[in-house]
Design a protein around this ligand. Structure first.
Ligand SMILES: [Zn+2]
Length: 374
């Protein structure tokens, strides 16, 4: 069945320009919509911390029941997301072909709004409803990283931000480190006295050639695709470096690889007399939700009630769910009905999109049954 309210929200938000770091127009619309539903809305300091024009939007609506449930999706979109004109064709929403559609993640945002709307309209006693609409997810899950979760009381949360049909849940995801290495050698005239130089490029080559990379095991990978050397053709290379990443769904394996990487590169640098600087940063921690955990059990129950196919899966990337879970609120990612996100071919299957509102509403209803009156 068509859900005109969800479609209206989607068109309004998709035709409002936004990009990572410039989410303030979306934030203003969402603030107004949440307030109209009785939420107290604030913004955290993510904008200042990350150099954007607004912070994560946080909404809290006190309930009649003693529990709390969190929902989250992100307000930013990929760079090619200005001037979006959604086009509907045979039950599917596309862009006009010149931009992305931004169903990633506006489908999630609209799904959350609809879930709240329906739950509130039911007139039944509700738990405390909490929402985080985050900024700067696309560049590296930055908004979720700096999100202050101490304002939330929920122990479980649903992050509406995944490809695939409703009922697909991302329950595992890798943690990821970015790795930057800078090497310093010694310049010397390549023709006159090359033996007086220390070749940073050659040390880099040795490091990369002997390093374990690519698929390390079924849940761990690494990749170093960016290399540079700065020098003149007739000088021994005194400055070189490379950049890459490592990911694993197993946090111990990820730490183990980072230690191996560090030792491997420092050993070669020492042997070749090259100065080395290694900068690593945890982009997001591992996500690992087990079958039977309350957050997943409730999702399964909701799918059974609605007749949706329950499909928990491992994902290959990071999302706000990784950060929020690491901060103490167990979260899973939820399929929102979109595909080919981040491209001009991105599309949203409307039948699935409308089901997202039902899923959220049912999660709230079923959770409310587990809560006591205050
Ligand atoms: Zn997304």
């Amino acid at each position: 069945m068509r859900n005109e309210a969800m479609l209206k929200d989607f068109y309004e938000l998709a035709t409002t320009d936004a990009v990572s770091g410039q989410e303030s127009k979306i934030a203003a619309i969402l603030t107004q919509k949440l307030e109209a539903m009785g939420f107290t809305v604030t913004q955290d300091d993510a904008g200042e911390k990350l150099g954007g024009d607004c912070g994560n939007v946080i909404g809290i609506r006190e309930g009649e029941l003693d529990g709390a449930l969190l929902f989250s999706s992100h307000m930013d979109r990929m760079p090619n997301g200005f001037g979006i004109k959604p086009v509907e064709k045979d039950g599917v929403l596309y862009s006009d072909g010149t931009t992305i559609l931004a169903a990633d993640d506006l489908a999630g945002v609209c799904g959350i709004l609809e879930s709240f709307r329906q739950a509130i309209a039911s007139g039944k006693p509700l738990p405390r409803l909490e929402v985080a609409f985050t900024v700067q997810e696309e560049p590296g899950v930055w908004g979720g990283n700096v999100l202050d979760c101490s304002v939330f009381k929920a122990k479980t949360g649903y992050v509406f931000d995944a490809t695939g049909d409703i009922g697909r849940f991302v329950v595992e995801g890798p943690g990821r480190y970015t790795i930057d290495v800078e090497l310093t050698g010694k310049p010397a005239h390549a023709g006159a006295d090359p033996e007086k130089g220390i070749d940073a490029a050659k040390a880099m080559g040795e490091m990369l050639f002997t390093l374990k990379t690519g698929r390390l095991d079924f849940e761990t990978v690494s990749n170093f695709p960016i290399v540079h050397g700065i020098t003149a053709r007739n000088s021994v290379c005194d400055s070189a470096g490379f950049k890459g990443e490592a990911r694993s769904r197993n946090p111990e394996k990820l730490e183990k690889y980072m230690k191996y990487f560090d030792e491997h590169c420092r050993k070669i640098a020492a042997e070749r007399g090259v100065g080395i600087e290694i900068v690593t940063e945890l982009s997001y921690p591992t996500l690992n939700i087990a079958e039977g955990e309350p957050v997943l059990a409730l999702a399964k129950k909701a799918c059974e009630k609605l007749g949706f196919k329950y499909n928990p899966e491992a994902g290959g990337g990071g999302m706000d769910a990784n950060h929020i879970t690491a901060k103490g609120i167990r979260c899973i990612g939820c399929g929102c009905g979109y595909s080919k996100n981040h491209t001009k071919e991105e599309y949203l299957v409307l039948e699935e999109f409308f089901k997202l509102g039902q899923l959220g509403t049912t999660l709230i209803e079923l959770y409310a049954e587990e809560c006591k009156a205050k």
